[in-house]
Write a protein that binds this ligand. Sequence first.
Ligand SMILES: [Zn+2]
Ligand SMILES: [Zn+2]
Length: 359
Amino acid sequence: MRVTAAVLETPGKPLALREVELGPPRPDEVLVRMSSVGICATDLEFATFFEAPAVLGHEGAGIVEAVGDQVSSVSPGDHVAMTFTSCGLCRPCLTGSPAYCLRFDALNFTGRRPDGSSAVSLGGTEINAHFLGQSAFADHVIAPARAVVPIGKEADLTLAGPFGCGFQTGAGGVLNVLRPSPGSSLAVFGAGAVGVASVLAAVLSGCSVIAAVDVNPERLATARSLGATHGVGGGDGTAEELRSIAPDGFDFVLDTTGRADVLRTAVEALAPLGHCGVIGVGPSPEMTFDWRSVLNGRTITGIIGGGAMPQVFMPELLALQAAGRFPVDRIVTRFPFERIGEAAEAARTGTVGKAVLTF
Ligand SMILES: [Zn+2]
Ligand SMILES: [Zn+2]
């Protein structure tokens, strides 16, 4: 079928709306007519180097239009959100941690199905797609059934997409991995969409001190309005400011920035026995720490996808959102799909909390 996709034609250049050919779903795949797709920092990063031509996008939500013969988890007409895919067969998958699938990179980041094919063709030639299980910058998407999560007809389809990546990642890092006890202290570094989801999860957990750290004062104001007890401006005075908020150090810290210098500050802000979650992926390939700052019983845990089982966690988060207890809708700005260039720029510069394209 002919569909419209935002195609990365040259890395580093804006995406271009193009008519592409989308093949039918294979036995284990689902065809989804898209309602919305969020723009995540990972899309913007991959758009600078991914092998073109390619279709990116990995926070899609929509309505199932067709399913392959072997698919029993969803049916045509179901409302769904999409997330990363996984093999379902390896030890991490079988023990409930599909984000740590042994084949995660091969299945999510090669632009191809495992057999080397692609569902998307441009001018008669297959192009890279299947990005994080979906390639959702298109009005129709082919996704493996494992990447498709039924969300019920009550969920807002113009909001549900980012629950498959950004919101799940930020909230899951707190609720699934750090698991702060009520009354504990937590500092979140970076108050973008992921950081805000972490702040909201800290509120849900009953943390008594929730510090948001960001150089952008508007983001800090948003984090404060959503439950952060302190806003810290980042920069040189950060360590001292955090020390004045939690003199013995924080019980938990979470880095969403991926910056090596920020991560070091985050670890050094921990109390003895404190736990640091690492979510952000940045340009620096290495992180370094003074040995004294980690020898003190501290733990550093890398986190992908919020450590979640998406089929369980995404509906839970959406139910919390519907109940007003996870109000991520307050940071969402919607754009028509045709304005993807403008939306991507707004996401890149941080003028919007979370950009969502609607179809
Ligand atoms: Zn993402
Ligand atoms: Zn696996």
